[in-house]
Design a protein around this ligand. Structure first.
Ligand code: GLU
Ligand code: ZN
Length: 497
């Protein structure tokens, strides 16, 4: 590996399901590493014991694995690096970069109010007091009172933050726990990170990170784990890239509660990882030269440029993702499609008893099913009629197809007769021809005539093409279902659920 090869990191906090925005951040980091022979580091930022749960860590790891973005290095765990943060805290304290503050939130607010200051923020009250550490006091970082902190951002250019507007932020909690900026920056230096690529939501925090970085660098903090070595080379500031926020249809920031943001749920619904990754790639970036939006991972690695990332909010369009997933499904070789469907067909997730599943019957239907689903979770409902003793009747479908005087009864009897006459010629083509004849005999369009037959046999109004379905089901079961439906219709009854 080249000595100057980029080192990027994906640094999620395990506070919930794996968010699509996090997946996009992981991808853009991964792309930079892959295209430059760099290293993609995974760091779990789990310093907040109250909000972090081990299952969320597992969720991150398994989602990354599913997306084909396992880390090159790590996962590092911030919860295991406390010693290093305390070294940094001691060094910053000794250098006078931190001071102790025992003010409560209410005290600060009251003082600000009395002074007529409307912007919330710390007023610097304890800065010169020389309070000792401990006794539950937080440690605040002294920020400069004047000047500007510039965040050089590859995507946004130089973003300026006037220091006067920056308060002395808490770097260490009253209980001694390091907060985000401190742990994050110590790690980025220790791990020799060259590119910080993360969500736009962190941009306002970045000037603090830069001040912290400079403070640590000035103390001789180095990547090799030493501190206080005045001859050590200053770790250069990383390249920053703040990725555009993801928004919903209403152009509002994606909401954890209202929008479908959990990557896990997309996996469970049967989105293909390649389709998902392709779609993530379009959230803030697009391929050059009017290339198609459907591209391979290798093409994305080749074409992606951090500097080409857009800074306006990116619409996370589930309908577009779903459409794209359908395209990926249709492009699969049939065998691969069958394999991809397996988790939905076997085991407890399948809506039929395990033993009733018939691999060959599914295989026969697979090509037509593949043409008709956008996500794999739709597959069972397309084929359950093959593996259930009686179809799962959709009451709505039954009511529409069988009730009224649409001639369902006549169609069903005519179909029984003409299908019986097929004998050994039980093929989709022969069934098609027979059904056409039925439709003509009752003076109906083919589609109209198919409806009661489809509902009688599959329980639903939509599904795979009817004649392939009947061929797969075979004459005995088809005729039995048509007869039992005909009886129900004649008696004005509906199937018992
Ligand atoms: N842990 C932070 C988060 O999940 C991200 C930190 C970073 O990428 O710098 O919001
Ligand atoms: Zn104070």
């Amino acid at each position: 590996m080249a000595p100057d090869a980029p080192r990027v990191r994906f640094a999620p906090s395990p506070t919930g399901y794996f968010h699509v925005g996090s997946a996009r951040t992981a991808l853009f980091n991964w792309l930079v590493a892959r295209q430059s022979g760099g290293t993609y580091v995974l760091r779990i930022e789990d310093t907040d014991a109250e909000r972090n749960r081990e299952e969320w860590v597992d969720g991150i790891l398994s989602a990354l694995h599913w997306l084909g973005m396992d880390a090159d290095e790590g996962p590092y765990r911030q919860s295991l690096r406390a010693e290093r943060y305390h070294e940094a805290i001691d060094a910053l304290w000794a250098a006078g970069r931190l001071y102790a503050c025992g003010c409560t939130h209410d005290e600060v607010t009251a003082r600000n109010k009395a002074a007529g200051i409307l912007t919330p923020g710390y007023d610097g009250h304890c800065r010169g007091l020389g309070l000792p550490r401990g006794e539950g006091r937080a440690l605040r970082f002294s920020t400069p009172d004047e000047g500007t902190t510039v965040v050089p951002d590859v995507i946004r250019g130089d973003v300026e933050f006037p220091c006067a507007a920056m308060d002395d932020f808490v770097a260490v909690k009253g209980n001694g726990a390091p907060l985000f900026v401190l742990a994050n920056v110590v790690d980025d230096i220790d791990m020799a990170i060259t590119h910080v690529i993360r969500g736009e939501d962190l941009l306002p925090t970045t000037p603090r990170c830069i001040l912290m970085w400079d403070a640590l660098a000035a103390l001789g903090w180095t990547t090799d784990g030493s501190v206080g070595d005045p001859g050590a080379p200053t770790p250069p500031l990383p390249v920053f890239a703040h990725l555009p926020m993801l928004v919903n249809e209403a152009r509002k920031k994606l909401s954890k509660r209202k929008d479908p943001v959990a990557v896990e749920s997309y996996r469970d619904q049967g989105y293909l990882p390649e389709a998902f990754v392709n779609y993530l790639g379009l959230l803030g970036w697009s391929p050059p030269n009017d290339e198609d939006e459907v591209f391979t991972r290798d093409q994305m690695v080749e074409w992606f440029r951090l500097a080409d990332v857009n800074h306006s909010p990116a619409f996370f369009d589930v309908a577009k993702l779903t459409h794209m997933n359908g395209e990926y499904i249709r492009a699969l070789p049939t065998d691969a499609f069958v394999e991809a469907c397996r988790p939905w067909l076997t085991g407890s997730a399948a809506p039929w008893p395990e033993a009733s599943f018939d691999e060959a019957a599914f295989g026969a239907m697979a090509p037509v099913v593949q043409e008709r689903v956008a996500v794999l979770a739709e597959v069972p409902a397309m084929v359950d009629f093959l593996f259930l003793d009686t179809p799962e009747f959709d009451p709505d479908a039954w009511a529409k197809a069988m009730a009224g005087d649409d001639g369902a009864s006549t169609i069903l009897s005519a179909a029984i007769d003409s299908y019986m006459a097929l004998g050994d010629d039980w093929t989709a083509a022969a069934l098609h021809a027979a059904t056409l004849a039925v439709a003509e005999s009752v003076d109906r369009k083919l589609g109209k005539a198919q409806a009661p037959i489809r509902v009688a046999v599959t329980g639903r109004r939509v599904g795979p093409p009817l004649f392939e379905a009947l061929e797969a089901l075979g004459p005995d079961r088809t005729l039995a279902r048509l007869r039992s439906a005909a009886e129900l219709v004649a008696g004005g009854r509906t199937p018992t659920p």
